[in-house]
Write a protein that binds this ligand. Structure first.
Ligand SMILES: Nc1ncnc2c1ncn2[C@@H]1O[C@H](COP(=O)(O)OP(=O)(O)OP(=O)(O)O)[C@@H](O)[C@H]1O
Ligand SMILES: [Mg+2]
Length: 366
């Protein structure tokens, strides 16, 4: 837990949720260059691009070629920018670029983590693809101690799990060097500053980023509402005055307000009662659709994993490794409704059977 009087803002990388002392990543270390969130591409100024291309052409082309290129450009509706008009004798001299292959959001390549002689995870490999405009939801299932937290803390770049003993962990195609503000973590134990109000807790990450006070408080109020807390009644309360479910909403708001591209959630709803849990699942799906992050979500509930859908990773233990990856359709209606659907239940039982079979075959092979 946070001891409360540590008000020094940690590196923005960890601002989403100040972790307990033992989870504190190298505080004060600025996030690596590759951890900076992607800046939106500036709008393309077609006229300027065309002018630049013209200038380039006039440098590269011979006097004989220039009139042909100019004529072809005039005949084209989309001049120069596409590259099609730059022709000599009918042969394109500037070919359109082949579409770039999308870089996966996260890659684990034969990742092993050992503590002394104990192997926590062994040769874990998976790839989470980038879907522009729609991040992937990645529920992680597996027995206690199989290495689920190890896996997401490696993605977060948090010690002592990070760095791995062998293998590669790539985020957006780059080897990670520590925590970064492109990755936000929601811990199992609802971490918040005890001596800050809900509003101040939610605004904390923006404070670390230097957002002016009135703007950060306005945005924090918006997020308090989004996670279903009352701006009027709850914003000025302290964490000790909240229920577990409310504290978890604060933790979620603290992370999502920073709009990280990758959200890492370690059993975030484990301690909630079933109705609150179903509401939080719906909320997560709603926010996921709004912001399109890639969400890693550890759970012990097959129902929850199937509801959240997409790309379920099933782990086995001793040492932790991936038993199976299952693709599940994303939810098309509220949790309470979908979880009664016979097709949903069939999928849940299929996955439960798969886990049982894989585990017993693994035991047999031991
Ligand atoms: N710092 C550490 N030192 C030694 N062993 C560790 C350390 N951290 C984790 N482990 C061990 O690594 C294994 C995987 O731990 P991890 O916390 O990743 O499991 P988990 O799947 O998240 O379990 P749970 O579902 O109970 O949270 C466990 O056996 C754990 O005891
Ligand atoms: Mg765990």
């Amino acid at each position: 837990m946070t001891d409360g009087d540590d008000q020094k803002p940690p590196a923005p990388a960890t601002a989403a949720t100040p972790p307990p002392a033992d989870q504190q990543p190298s505080a004060g270390v600025p996030p690596p260059a590759d951890a900076v969130p992607r800046a939106p591409a500036p709008p393309v100024d077609k006229a300027a691009a065309e002018a630049a291309l013209r200038a380039l052409e006039s440098e590269l082309l011979s006097d004989e070629e220039k009139p042909k290129v100019a004529a072809a450009a005039a005949a084209s509706r989309e001049p120069a920018v596409t590259g099609t008009p730059a022709v000599t004798g009918g042969t394109p001299i500037i070919k359109p670029l082949a579409p770039a292959k999308p870089v996966p959001v996260v890659v684990f390549d034969k990742v092993t983590k050992t503590y002394g002689k104990f192997t926590a995870i062994k040769d874990v490999s998976f790839t989470i693809d980038d879907h522009p405009g729609r991040g992937e939801m990645v529920p992680i299932l597996g027995p206690s101690g199989c290495g689920k937290s190890t896996v997401i803390r490696l993605i977060a770049g948090l010690t002592p799990q990070f760095p791995q003993t062998s293998g590669k962990v790539l985020v957006d195609g780059k080897i990670i060097r520590g925590p970064g503000s492109d990755r936000g973590m929601v811990f199992q134990d609802y971490t918040s500053f005890d001596n800050r109000t809900v509003l101040e807790n939610v605004a904390f990450g923006l404070e670390c980023r230097g957002v002016p006070r009135s703007e950060r408080l306005d945005r924090a109020r918006l997020w308090i509402g989004k996670v279903g807390l009352s701006i009027k009644k709850d914003a000025d309360k302290y964490p000790s005055e909240l229920s577990g479910g409310m504290r978890q909403r604060v933790a979620i708001a603290r992370t999502l307000i920073l709009e990280p591209r990758i959200i890492l959630m370690d059993e975030p709803f484990g301690a909630l009662d079933p109705p609150t849990r179903a509401r939080m699942q719906d909320l997560l799906v709603e926010l996921w659709r709004e912001q399109s992050p890639t969400v890693f979500f550890i759970t012990h509930s097959v129902e929850e994993a199937v509801y959240l859908g997409d790309h379920v990773l099933i782990f086995s233990s001793s040492p932790g490794t991936i038993l199976k990856e299952v693709k599940v359709p994303p939810p098309d209606r509220p949790a309470k409704e979908l979880q009664r659907d016979p097709k949903f239940l069939e999928l849940v039982y299929d996955i439960k059977d798969t886990i049982e079979q894989l585990e017993s075959s693994q035991r047999g092979g031991d």
